[in-house]
Each structure stands twice: as C-alpha cells, then as structure tokens.
Design a protein around this ligand. Structure first.
Ligand SMILES: [Zn+2]
Length: 220
C-alpha cells in the first residue's frame, strides 16, 4: 500500500509556502506509475507556483517493490524507528530473498531502484565504483585530482548492450561538470567474485547501508 499525504513546504528561493504531496510509503505494485518517477527523481521535485523554482522535497519514505523484492528506506535524519524497521525486517525474512537497504538521499534511492531493475547486485556495483576510481586515479598521475576523483560520488546510471558486451555507465561530478564512464560487465563479474571469496563481505540481515563506506569497511 502506498501512503500519500500532504505537507507544507517553503520555496528555497522565494520562501513562499506551498502544499506538496509527500509519499511516506511507495508500493510500486499498487502504484506502478510511481516507479518511473522514483527512477528519474521527479517524484521528489516540486515547482514553486510563485517564482517557478524547482525544489527538492526532503522527507522519510519507504520504497517497496514486491516483484523485485526490494525495500529501500530513505531517511532524512537520525529519526529512525528501530522497532518499525525490525518488524519489517522480520516480516520480509519470512518471505525470503529480500534486499533491504537504507539510503539518505534521493539520488541513492534512484540508484538502488535502477540497479535492481538492471538485474545487478548493489554490493558488486559499489565494489565496481571503487575499482573504477582506482583505475582512473592511477592514470591521472596528479594527487590533487586523484583525491578529488576519489571523493566524488559515482552513481550507477544504466546498462547497455547484451551478454559479454554489456556496459555499465556511472555518472559522477568532477571539476563542476557531470561526467560519465563506461565499464565492461567483466569488471562487475570480477567484483561479484571478490565478494563471494570474502565471507565478511556478506551484508548483514535487515536494513543496511551499502555505499562507498561499506566498501571501505570490507577492503580495509
Ligand atoms: Zn518560490
């Protein structure tokens, strides 16, 4: 079931108050029309009727795709209901095969949905980002630029092609520009292999955050 409420919001540019729709819970089996809006991020954007500024709404939401068995909890602060999270974890555990994730921004929520829809594991995708950054940084030969590259956030964007020719595209900001990099599916499979050979890389059960810090915690 999707839970859709109304809330008051102020425009970030002119400060005018508006009433906006907020999606506390998004079930894409019940409301398939919401999925594309999550994937392109438009669900969380609202336009100010006074000045035309497009604002990003920030609120907690639980995204649920029962077909793909994916639940992503997007948190905005530390106001996590541990009890609620635990109850849902137990419920999905009984159903089996669920991927439970925590994110703290809309870009990461979009990414989790895109990765799942592409049939990929987000753990291996995060490892791919790390490997790709290492590879790119080694070619830069400039410590400052390499450090900037490492601190920039890579987001999975799409896959193209079929079979062994399949490519994964990551987008990342660098020096004020949005850039893209393609990597071969073989890199992804290598990362799957690395994770399988590392028993401590198996994510804990329940809602967890799988991001660059998670990769750091494994390779350390
Ligand atoms: Zn405004």
């Amino acid at each position: 079931m999707s839970i859709i409420n109304e809330a008051n919001a102020s425009c970030s540019q002119c400060g005018s108050p508006s009433t906006i729709k907020i999606y506390k819970s998004i079930n894409v089996s019940d409301n398939p029309e919401l999925k594309d809006k999550v994937k392109d991020g438009s669900l969380f954007l609202w336009e100010c009727p006074h000045c035309g500024k497009v604002n990003l709404a920030r609120y907690e939401t639980l995204y649920h795709d029962p077909v793909k068995k994916l639940m992503v909890w997007m948190l905005t602060g530390n106001d996590v209901s541990e009890t609620q999270m635990h109850a849902i974890s137990n419920h999905t555990k009984a159903m089996g095969g669920y991927t439970l994730r925590i994110v703290t921004d809309t870009g990461s929520l979009m990414e989790k949905v895109l990765v799942k829809d592409a049939g990929l594991e987000d753990t291996a995708v995060e490892m791919c980002k790390y490997v790709t950054k290492m590879e790119m940084a080694s070619k830069l030969g400039d410590n400052t630029r390499a450090a900037e590259l490492f601190s920039s956030t890579f987001h999975f964007y799409r896959t193209e092609g079929e079979g062994d020719d399949r490519l994964l595209t990551f987008m990342y900001p660098l020096e004020g520009k949005m850039l893209g990099i393609n990597i071969g599916i073989n890199v992804y499979y290598d990362c799957i292999g690395i994770l399988e050979r590392n028993p401590h890389a198996k994510p804990d059960e329940g809602f967890i955050k799988i991001d660059s810090s998670w990769v750091d915690s494994i390779i350390r």
